[in-house]
Structures are given as structure tokens and as C-alpha cells.
Ligand binder design. Structure first.
Ligand code: FAD
Length: 400
């Protein structure tokens, strides 16, 4: 069969791969995006229990590519965040007004973001969405990549992008290894209905076994992400709904009154992982295919969206200046742009995780003191907030 030439092949149509495709819409690059299965919401009290806290800087990016306006009405603004530890040595509160915004970020169901991205791609003339489809084979040549799909069709492309998640098939085909650290924990997610309205506040309580987040959703519901050691996660998943509600109530405390209803639960193994190479000649890895972080700060997909936007900008610039878009000159620029941010987030997530689960005597007192110091240090606190909401990072030129 004769091969068709395309400019970019994206493997994986999750939130990150789709963001890259949307950011390349209306460029003169021809893009094929390959997704193996339609994404389906995992319902819990009628809502997708896979949610993401999308921070303010990422909202600006999604706004710039026309995605945010498609979904804004169904998101829940996070006006404030309250963090405290179970031993009550310290707590800290962040308010959106401290960074002069209406919201620190927004709680978004993953299926909502995926559908909004697909809606934006709907009328794109330069983007081809292949789903369900998978790759059978891939070969890297000096001038292009040969891609064979499972329906026998062949594509030749100067650049293939792996956005196919933490267990990336493309990454292993390229022989790229990962540094990986399992936390020995699982993140239990579910939708719950508390007695009192959350008023747009996201709560995070640090327990000795890991953090428990109660995140505000529209309709007065909350989404929980409860990270617990594997044995404890097994026990919690095995409880019936009433016993789980009781355990959750005990772990979270009385802030939102009684937990009145809890929906179906799902549990995900947690790990921190970094690909040893983010780029190779004619290959770029983005999103979870390149790095995975502990969900305690809710930054994983935010990092991936920043990767996608940075790559889109480099590709558009390279095409404008007639560079080879799969060359290391171009891909290295995106890697240099992204790596410091990725390493900073990974490092701080590891640090927070150890700080809040450490059994060393004296650590709870120290972290309590740390929270009080940061809480009272106006300038340092707002710097930290601008950093963690991505507002201190420049917007890609194309969309600023
Ligand atoms: C419990 C939990 C809570 C989280 N909460 C947050 C949060 O609040 N905020 C946040 O920013 N992040 C959060 N994250 C992280 C976030 O979910 C991930 O970072 C994000 O889903 C990564 O998106 P992705 O598109 O890179 O990968 P994925 O979501 O894994 O998508 C990969 C896509 O590739 C497809 N695919 C895989 N292999 C192939 C193949 N061979 N061919 C074709 N297609 C393929 C898959 O079907 C999938 O659609 C959380 C994670 C967990 C586990």
C-alpha cells in the first residue's frame, strides 16, 4: 500500500494529545491523531469521577485555543484552598484574590474537557481524528518516520508525538527507559454529597497515610481524591457505602457537615515517573508519556497541557522559518523550555509527599511552623501561588 505523507502524527487522544491537536488547528501543518478507544466517563453520583483541577495559567492557555469557552459553564471555580494536617500543627489557606484572580483554578470533569477539545477539532480542516485506531508498527528513518496502522494503512511523517499516557507504547518502541518510583499508594476517587455547600473551597487534609482532597464540583457535590497506602486502599475499596462514608467522615472531619451520599469508587495506582529522554530525532513525548507526578497538587494534566502548548509553538515557529520540524534543533528547544518546570513540580511533589508522610519525630512540628511562616509571608506566599497556578510562566506566543 502507498504511504501518505503527513506533517505530524500524534499517538494518544487523551486530554494532552487533543490539546496539541487543537493548538495546531489553523496552522498549515497536516496532523493525524490516533486514539485506540473512545473515552468514557466513569460515573459516580451521575458525574465523571475522573476530575482535574485546572489551574488559572492553564485556563488562559485553553482560552487561547478556543476550548475554555466551550466548557466554562459546566466547571466549578475554586475560590480558595485550605490545607491542614491531621495532627493540627498547622494549616494554610490560599485565596484567589491574593493573586488578583476570580479563581485559583477550576474543577473540571475529564470527560468534559475531552469533549470540549473534540468539539474544537470538529471543523478543523488540517486535523484528522482516527478513533478507534492503533499503531501496528513504527520505524524511525533519517528523514522521516514510517507508521503502520492496524487497518494496514501507512503514514510517513517527519515527527511522531507520544501522548499515549504513563504506559506509553510509543516510548517503549523507541527504547526510551523511565525513572519510576511507586509510592505504594492508590488514589481513590469518587463523587460525594456533603451536608453543607463547599462555597468553592478546595480542602486538602494530610493524613499519615497520604493526602485526602475534597474538591468542589458544581451542584454542591464534591470529588474526593484519597491517596492511601495499598493495604489501606484495599480495605477502603472493600467497604460498603455506609462504612466508606463513615471512614471518610472520620478522615475528613466536620468541615462540610455529614457526608450524605457517596457514589461509585475507583482506585488508581500512584507513581512518579520521568522518561529518560523527552525528545529524540523525530520523536517528542508529552504529558504522562513523558512524566507522571503524585496527584496531591493536581498538576499532572496541567504539566501535559503546558508541554502540548510549548511543542505547538515550536512547531509553528519552525514551519514559519522552514526548519525540519522533526529535527533535534526544534525538539531540543521545546525540551529546554519544559524540563525546568517539569523537574520543579516533580521535585516539590516528592518533597511534600515525604514531608507529610514522614514518621520522623519533630517533622509535624516543623511542617506546621513552615505552613504558618508561608501563610504569613505575603510576598513569598503570592509568589508561590503564582508559581503553582502556572501564572508565572509565559503564555505561548501564538496565543498571547
Ligand atoms: C487519582 C488521580 C487524580 C488526578 N487529579 C489531577 C488533577 O486534579 N489535576 C491534574 O492536572 N492532573 C491530575 N491527575 C493526572 C492526570 O489525570 C494525568 O496527568 C492526565 O490524565 C494525563 O493525560 P495524558 O493525555 O497525558 O494521558 P492519558 O490521560 O493517559 O491519555 C492517553 C491516551 O492515549 C491513548 N492510548 C494509549 N496507548 C495508545 C496507543 N498505543 N495507540 C493509540 N492510543 C493510545 C489512551 O486511550 C488515552 O486516551 C490525576 C491523576 C490521578 C491518578
Amino acid at each position: 500500500m502507498k504511504a501518505r505523507n503527513v506533517d505530524v502524527v500524534i499517538v494518544g487522544g487523551g486530554m494532552v494529545g487533543l490539546t496539541l491537536a487543537c493548538a495546531l488547528k489553523d496552522t498549515d501543518l497536516n496532523v493525524v491523531i490516533i486514539e485506540r478507544s473512545e473515552s468514557e466517563a466513569r460515573l459516580s453520583l451521575g458525574r465523571d469521577c475522573r476530575v482535574s483541577a485546572i489551574v488559572a495559567g492553564t485556563v488562559d492557555m485553553l482560552h487561547g485555543i478556543g476550548v475554555w469557552s466551550q466548557m466554562e459553564a459546566q466547571t466549578q471555580a475554586i475560590a480558595a484552598m485550605r490545607i491542614w494536617d491531621d495532627q493540627r500543627f498547622g494549616s494554610i489557606r490560599f485565596e484567589a484574590e491574593e493573586i488578583e484572580r476570580d479563581a485559583l483554578g477550576y474543577l473540571v470533569e475529564n470527560s468534559l474537557l475531552t469533549h470540549a477539545l473534540l468539539d474544537v477539532l470538529h471543523d478543523a480542516r488540517n486535523i484528522e481524528w482516527r478513533c478507534p485506531a492503533a499503531l501496528d508498527d513504527v520505524h524511525w528513518k533519517a528523514s522521516h518516520v514510517e507508521v503502520k496502522l492496524d487497518d494496514g494503512s501507512l503514514l510517513h511523517t517527519p515527527l511522531i508525538v507520544g501522548a499515549d499516557g504513563g504506559n506509553s507504547w510509543l516510548r517503549s518502541q523507541a527504547g526510551i527507559q523511565v525513572w519510576s518510583h511507586r509510592f505504594g499508594q492508590r488514589g481513590i476517587v469518587a463523587t460525594v454529597r456533603p451536608q453543607f455547600n463547599h462555597r468553592g473551597i478546595a480542602y486538602q487534609r494530610f493524613l499519615p497515610t497520604g493526602p485526602l482532597a475534597m474538591l468542589p464540583m458544581s451542584g454542591g457535590l464534591c470529588s474526593i481524591v484519597w491517596s492511601a497506602d495499598d493495604n489501606e486502599a484495599d480495605r477502603l475499596m472493600a467497604l460498603d457505602d455506609d462504612a466508606f462514608k463513615e471512614a471518610l467522615q472520620l478522615a475528613f472531619g466536620p468541615q462540610l457537615g455529614r457526608i450524605e451520599e457517596v457514589g461509585e469508587r475507583a482506585a488508581f495506582p500512584l507513581r512518579s515517573q520521568l522518561a529518560k529522554h523527552m525528545v529524540r530525532p523525530r520523536l517528542a513525548l508529552i504529558g504522562d508519556a513523558a512524566h507522571q507526578v503524585h496527584p496531591l497538587a493536581g498538576l499532572g494534566v496541567n504539566l501535559g497541557i503546558r508541554d502540548a502548548m510549548a511543542l505547538a509553538q515550536e512547531l509553528a515557529d519552525a514551519r514559519r522559518f522552514k526548519e525540519d520540524i522533526g529535527s533535534m534543533d526544534v525538539l531540543e528547544r521545546m525540551r529546554r523550555n519544559r524540563l525546568p518546570d517539569v523537574l520543579a513540580v516533580m521535585g516539590s511533589m516528592e518533597g511534600f509527599h515525604h514531608l507529610f508522610t514522614s514518621k520522623i519525630p519533630g517533622i509535624p512540628l516543623l511542617r506546621g511552623a513552615g505552613m504558618r511562616i508561608v501563610g504569613n509571608a505575603g510576598a513569598l506566599k503570592s509568589l508561590l501561588m503564582r508559581r503553582s497556578t502556572g501564572l508565572s510562566l509565559p503564555l505561548p506566543k501564538q496565543i498571547s
